[in-house]
Design a binder for this molecule. Structure first.
Ligand code: ADP
Ligand code: ZN
Length: 709
C-alpha cells in the first residue's frame, strides 16, 4: 500500500515525499480503518483523504462546510486531472442531474458536499446505492458547540457509521484543543478511530506584537515590506473595517473591506477578487476566514486584539499555508482589552461562560506582554512543548530589554488603591503625572499621596506599566465598570516590597523594524524579475482556465522552479508540485519563460538586466550601477528603461530630478500631436537645461507603459 501511495504522490501531485504523519494516515484509511486527524493549517490534510480515495475503489465523499472552499478543492483536483465535483446550491437542476448521472456510472473520484445536503434523506439514499470508498469530514471542529464555527448539522453525522458500515470514515481539523478533540470523537462516532495528532507549530510564520501607538502609521510601517503580497488585516468592528480599507486605498494600497454587514453579493465579490488576484489586502472582521484556502496569504495583521489565543492562532494561521515565510503582526493596546471586556460584560451567557472567556482574554494578553519566545508560549498554551526558543519571532530576534519596574509598579498599584479602585488607566496616569484637570479636582485627587510622584516617567511609560500589570494579573479590569482597575490578590508581595518586577521596555515606537527575516528574502533580489514573469504567466493561465492562480501552481512551486531552474521538461517534472497532468498542461509554457529569462549563461545580457534592475530597486543610482556592473552608462539606462517599460521598475526608483522638471519633460513628450511619442533626441533639443539622454529614455518608457497600459 505504501509503495502505491508514494507513487500517487509523485505522479499525480508531483511531490517527492510524504510529510509528518501523512503516510501513516493514508495507510490507516486506505486499508479500511477510521482516523481522526489533527494537523495544523498548511500541514497537508487534503492529501490524507485524497490519496486513500484514489487507492480505494469507489467514490470518496468529502464533507465540508463552505462552498468557497469546496469550489477551490474541486478546481485543484481537476487541475491535477482527477474527477471531482461539488454538489451545492449554486448549481442548477441540469448540472445537478449531470453530476448524479456521472456518479451513477462511477465516473467520479471525489464528491464535495455541505453537511446539510449530505444529511438529506434523498442524498443519503442515493449515496447508499453507490460504491463509496471513504467519508472525509473536513473542518470537523464544527461539531463543537463551544467553538465559534459550530454547525448543528455536524452533530448528526454520526449516523454515517450505521448507514455505511464498513466504509472508512475520517475527521480532519486544525483546531488544537483537547476538549474539541474529544467532542469530535464522540459526536462523529469515531471513538475507536486511530488518532493522529501533529504538533501545532507553524514554523514559517514570524510573530510580532507591538504596543499600539498611532496604529495606522504602524500598519503602514509593517506593510512597507509587503508590497505585492496578499494579506488580511483584521479589525474588531465593521466600521473600522470600512474606514481602514478606505484609508489604505487612499494610501495607495489595494485594499477591500469584508464584514457580515455588507451585501452578500459584494462580500462574495470581494472574496473572489482576493482569491483570484495577486497582492490584494482584505480588511475584515473575523467573519472572513474559515474556508479561505488561498495558500499564498503572506501576512495577517491585527489592528485589534483577538479575544483568545485560540482565535489568534486560527486567524494568524491563515498566513503561509504554502510553507513559505509569512508574517503575523499585531498592534494592541489597553483600549482593546477594555472593549473586549465590555463585549463580554454585555453578552448573554452565564457567569461560568463569562469567566472562561475572561481567562482566555487574560491568556491572550499575557502572550502580548511576554518578553520570551512567543512561539514557545503560544504552543505551550495548546500543550505543545517547544524545547528551544524558536528564533523566528520578535522576542527571539530582538530580545526585549527589561527594566526594574518594581518601584513604578508600586506607585501605580497604590494609586489604584488610594483612589478607591474605581478609575481607569487614563485618570490613574493623570494622578501619577500630577496633572491638573476637572476630574482630578472634583475627586480631590490632587491631595492623594501619589499625586505627581511619577513625573520621571512619561505617559507612554505609564501606560506600558499598567498594560503589563494587567497582563501579569497584578491588576484587573473591572468587568462591569468602565475600565476601572482594581488590585488582585497576587500583587500583595510586590506592594509589600517582598518581590521585584522586571518589566518590558517598549522599543521606540517610531523606529521601523524589519517585518521578518529580512536577512533572507524568499526571492533573491536578482530573481525578482523572473519571479514576476512566472507569476504573470501563472495569472494568464489561471484566467484562461477560470481558476485562482494558486490552483495552477502554488507559490512554493514557483519558488522551487526558481531554485532548480529546469532547462528540460524532464527536469521540470522534478519541481515540487508538478505532477504528470500539470507538467503536460503547463510545463512547456513555464519552461519557455525560464529559458527566455536566461538562467542560461549564454544569455548574459538578460542576466545583466536582472542585476541592473535589482541594484536600482535596492536604491542605487545609475552611475553607481555602471561602476558596480562594469557596464557603460548608456547600457545601464537602456536596461532600466526596458524594465520600466514592462512595469517591473518604477520610474521614481531610477530618476531624481528637481521639482517641476519631470513634469516639463513629460509635457514635451506629450505635446506633440502625433500618434507616437517623439524620440528622446527631439525632446532633448527643446530642453533649456541638459538632461542625460538615458534619463529621457526612462521617462519615455514610463509614459509608453502608461499610455498603452
Ligand atoms: P491543510 O488542509 O492541512 O491546511 P493543504 O492540504 O491545503 O493543508 O496543504 C497545504 C499545502 O501543502 C498544499 O499546497 C499542498 O499541496 C502542500 N503539500 C501537502 N502535502 C505535501 C507534501 N507531502 N509535500 C509537499 N507539499 C505538500
Ligand atoms: Zn521565538
Amino acid at each position: 500500500m505504501r509503495e502505491q501511495a508514494l507513487q500517487r504522490l509523485r505522479d499525480i501531485f508531483g511531490y517527492g515525499e510524504f510529510r509528518g504523519h501523512q503516510a501513516d494516515i493514508i495507510d490507516q484509511v486506505a486499508t479500511g480503518g477510521d482516523a481522526l486527524v489533527l494537523m495544523p493549517t498548511g500541514g497537508g490534510k487534503s492529501l490524507c483523504y485524497q490519496i486513500p480515495g484514489l487507492l480505494r475503489e469507489g467514490l470518496t465523499v468529502v464533507v465540508s462546510p463552505l462552498i468557497a472552499l469546496m469550489d477551490d478543492q474541486v478546481a485543484t483536483l481537476n487541475e491535477l486531472g482527477l474527477r471531482a465535483a461539488a454538489l451545492n446550491s449554486t448549481l442548477d437542476e441540469i448540472e445537478r442531474r449531470d453530476i448524479a448521472e456521472r456518479l451513477r456510472r462511477g465516473e467520479m473520484d471525489f464528491l464535495y458536499l455541505a453537511p446539510e445536503r449530505l444529511l438529506k434523506p434523498r442524498t443519503l439514499q442515493f449515496l447508499q446505492s453507490l460504491d463509496i470508498a471513504l467519508f472525509a469530514i473536513d473542518e470537523a471542529h464544527c461539531v463543537s458547540q463551544w467553538g465559534h464555527d459550530f454547525r448543528p448539522e455536524y452533530l448528526q453525522m454520526g449516523q454515517l457509521a450505521e448507514l455505511f458500515p464498513g466504509v472508512p470514515r475520517m475527521a480532519l481539523t486544525a483546531t488544537a484543543d483537547e476538549r474539541t478533540r474529544e467532542e469530535i470523537a464522540q459526536r462523529l462516532r469515531l471513538e475507536d478511530a486511530k488518532r493522529f495528532v501533529s504538533g501545532f507549530d507553524r514554523p514559517n510564520i514570524f510573530y510580532r506584537i507591538v504596543p499600539k501607538d498611532r496604529p495606522r502609521q504602524q500598519l503602514l510601517g509593517f506593510l512597507k515590506d509587503q508590497r505585492g503580497n496578499a494579506g488580511i488585516v483584521y479589525c474588531l468592528s465593521r466600521k473600522k473595517v470600512e474606514d481602514t480599507a478606505q484609508w489604505l486605498s487612499d494610501q495607495g494600497w489595494p485594499a477591500l473591506p469584508y464584514h457580515a454587514g455588507l451585501p452578500p453579493e459584494l462580500r462574495a465579490y470581494h472574496q473572489k477578487r482576493f482569491l483570484n488576484e495577486e497582492g490584494l489586502i482584505m480588511v475584515a472582521t473575523i467573519a472572513f476566514g474559515m474556508g479561505i484556502d488561498k495558500s499564498n496569504v503572506r501576512f495577517v495583521a491585527h489592528l485589534d486584539l483577538p479575544k483568545s489565543i485560540e482565535a489568534y492562532y486560527q486567524e494568524t494561521g491563515r498566513a503561509g499555508r504554502d510553507g513559505l515565510p509569512a508574517d503575523a503582526w499585531m498592534a494592541y493596546g489597553l483600549q482593546d482589552v477594555l472593549m473586549l471586556n465590555q463585549f463580554m460584560a454585555n453578552s448573554d451567557g452565564d457567569e461560568r461562560h463569562k469567566r472562561i472567556e475572561r481567562h482566555k482574554l487574560d491568556a491572550m494578553l499575557a502572550l502580548c506582554e511576554i518578553t520570551t519566545c512567543r512561539r514557545q508560549s503560544l504552543l505551550g498554551y495548546f500543550g505543545d512543548i517547544l524545547d528551544e526558543p524558536c528564533g523566528n519571532c520578535d522576542n527571539c530576534r530582538e530580545p526585549a530589554a527589561t527594566w526594574d519596574g518594581s518601584e513604578a509598579a508600586r506607585m501605580a498599584l497604590s494609586t489604584v488603591y488610594r483612589s478607591g479602585q474605581r478609575y481607569g488607566v487614563g485618570h490613574l496616569v493623570d494622578i501619577l503625572l500630577g496633572r491638573d484637570n476637572e476630574k482630578i479636582r472634583t475627586a480631590g485627587h490632587q491631595h492623594l499621596s501619589t499625586y505627581g510622584i511619577g513625573k520621571q516617567w512619561s505617559e507612554q511609560d505609564w501606560r506600558s506599566v499598567f498594560r503589563q500589570l494587567i497582563a501579569r494579573g497584578l491588576a484587573e479590569i473591572d468587568l462591569d465598570g468602565f475600565g476601572s482597575l482594581r488590585l488582585s490578590d497576587t500583587c500583595r508581595p510586590l506592594l509589600r516590597g517582598e518581590e521585584s518586577l522586571a518589566l518590558r521596555k517598549d522599543v521606540s515606537r517610531t523606529a521601523s523594524v524589519p517585518s521578518r527575516s529580512s536577512d533572507k528574502p524568499v526571492i533573491a533580489e536578482a530573481d525578482k524579475a523572473l519571479w514576476e514573469n512566472l507569476r504573470a504567466l501563472r495569472k494568464r493561465l489561471a484566467e484562461a482556465h477560470g481558476v485562482p492562480p494558486y490552483v495552477v501552481f502554488a507559490d512554493s512551486t514557483l519558488v522551487d522552479m526558481l531554485r532548480q531552474r529546469p532547462t528540460t521538461l524532464q527536469d521540470m517534472a522534478l519541481v515540487s508540485g508538478i505532477g504528470a497532468h500539470k507538467l503536460e498542461r503547463y510545463g512547456a509554457d513555464f519552461l519557455q519563460v525560464l529559458l527566455e529569462e536566461g538562467g542560461a549563461e549564454t544569455a548574459a545580457p538578460a542576466h545583466q538586466a536582472h542585476e541592473v534592475q535589482a541594484l536600482a530597486q535596492a536604491g542605487m543610482e545609475a552611475q553607481q550601477i555602471a561602476r558596480q556592473t562594469g557596464l557603460p552608462i548608456r547600457q545601464v539606462y537602456q536596461k532600466l528603461a526596458q524594465a520600466i517599460s514592462i512595469g517591473q521598475l518604477d520610474l521614481h526608483q531610477v530618476i531624481d530630478l528637481p521639482p517641476g522638471q519631470l513634469e516639463r519633460i513629460q509635457d514635451l513628450f506629450l505635446n506633440e500631436a502625433e500618434e507616437d511619442l517623439p524620440g528622446v533626441r527631439a525632446v532633448a533639443q527643446e530642453l533649456d537645461e541638459p538632461v542625460e539622454e538615458g534619463v529621457l529614455h526612462c521617462i519615455r518608457a514610463a509614459l509608453v507603459l502608461e499610455i498603452s497600459g
